[in-house]
Ligand binder design. Structure first.
Ligand code: HEM
Length: 403
């Protein structure tokens, strides 16, 4: 297969199911590979990392969308007010406001609450799985833990949470430009409208009745005389925070459990404390990243690993491939939680580095050991079902028997 064919294979169901052999093939073609007019793949760690950190490459924003997809404003799902689609001063202005809520101290302070919640969810799993009945780990734990954590943090009432899984699934289809069809875009638009209405109601409610939550703090910031954010921007970024806050962490938990189920020695190491939970979570992120790629656009002419790129081009930064780059990681296809050469690109890098990275790692580090200590004989109970996209890698269903 040439590079173009390898890329096409990646977009096929079998390639999305297991992209790693195709990533290995892409590494043979180079760090930066032209696969179509103005379209470059970046599987190399060093090149992807430098693009993410270089202000000469920007996220796809309103200006770029005007050029490549003039009708985008008719689609609520394609808003360009979220941090992921902002650059420069607008990005810095809104990022500063949200970053204040995610300081190291604030995140660490959540540890007891996350521990308590984890144990409560394990109790529910124990009831459901009594007598050997299979339990869907994705639904009962991997989704439930992060969605509850982020909703408690933001201040989203409990009754909305169950509906967030299908809404997020529809909305995040827009992250898959190579796979998105008209029906998928229409469903994403409907989900975006539902979520925007929900947050508009919550913003109005907290404006009159503030509470001690992140939503009230941001509403107050938006209402200040020197407001750094408009209400429309606030709503779009609350949607981002909600969806980014659980969707990816759900997949960290599911992908990690799948590794444990396929190699009992990994679980034994975690149970005994021989494998540190933080190191385990970091290696899951490297080995099977919940986010497999992101995009950037050059702002001017540049040369990247010998390939000329310019403002009309689009770079697909294959984070999942960079994390398996043999030039960066020894034995990249081995799962080694004690590896000394860690540092995956799973949370991105540079200006858009994941705002929730510390929270996601904390959730992983708390959840895995508690799960394994509670259920000493955990095993897979039937076929797991993968999500079908390429960008967000994880499971739809992962049935387990609690032993
Ligand atoms: C394992 C879990 C997670 C993974 C793998 C992940 C991954 C990422 C990646 C790759 C980016 C950068 C995208 C780009 O540069 O184009 C990002 C950005 C972001 N993430 Fe996460 N994330 C995770 C968890 C979270 C959580 C728990 C939250 C919220 C509390 C969150 C909130 C955000 C936000 C707001 C951004 C946008 C930052 C910006 O554009 O300035 N993420 N995430």
């Amino acid at each position: 297969m040439d590079a173009q064919e390898t890329f096409n294979a990646l977009l096929e169901p079998a390639g999305r199911d297991d992209p790693y052999p195709l990533y290995a093939a892409l590494h043979e073609f180079g760090d930066v590979i032209v696969v179509g007019p103005g379209l470059m793949l970046v599987p190399g760690y060093a090149a992807a990392s430098s693009v993410l950190r270089d202000p000469g490459f920007k996220a796809v924003d309103a200006k770029r969308l005007d050029q490549v997809y003039p009708g985008w404003r008719d689609h609520p799902a394609l808003n360009a007010e979220s941090l992921l689609n902002l650059n420069g001063d607008d990005h810095a202005r809104i990022r500063a406001l949200f970053a204040r809520q995610f300081t190291h101290r604030r995140v660490q302070a959540l540890e007891p609450a996350i521990g308590g919640l984890t144990d409560a969810l394990l109790d529910v799993m124990a009831d459901l799985g009594a007598g050997g009945a299979p339990v869907d780990f994705m639904r009962e734990f991997a989704f439930a833990l992060p969605v509850t954590v982020i909703c408690e943090l933001i201040g989203v009432p409990e009754q909305h949470r169950e509906g967030f899984r299908p809404l997020a699934r529809r909305l995040t289809a827009t992250l898959e430009p190579f796979l998105l069809d008209a029906a998928g875009l229409a469903a994403a638009d409907a989900a975006a409208i539902t979520l925007a209405e929900l947050f508009a109601d919550l913003v109005a409610e907290r404006t009159t009745r503030p509470r001690d939550d992140l939503l009230s703090a941001l509403v107050a910031a938006a209402a200040a005389d020197d407001a750094q954010i408009s209400t429309a921007e606030l709503i779009q970024n609350l949607i981002l925070l909600l969806v980014a806050g659980f969707e990816t962490t759900t997949n960290l938990l599911g992908n990690g459990l799948r590794i444990i189920l396929s190699d009992p020695t990994v679980g034994d190491g975690l149970r005994s404390g021989q494998v540190a939970a933080e190191a385990f979570a970091d290696e899951v992120l490297r080995y099977d990243s919940p986010v497999q790629y992101t995009n950037r656009v050059p702002t001017g002419q540049a040369e990247l690993d010998g390939v000329a790129v310019g403002p009309g081009d689009e770079l697909v930064l294959l984070l999942g491939a960079a994390n398996r780059d043999p030039a960066r990681f020894a034995d990249p296809d081995e799962f080694l939680p004690d590896r000394a050469d860690g540092g995956p690109l799973s949370f991105g890098a540079g200006a858009h580095f994941c705002l929730g990275a510390a929270l996601a790692r904390l959730e992983g580090a708390i959840a895995f050991p508690r799960l394994l200590r509670r259920f000493g004989d955990l095993s897979q109970a039937g076929e797991a079902e993968r999500r079908t996209g390429l960008v967000l890698r994880g499971f739809e269903r992962l049935p387990v028997s609690l032993g």
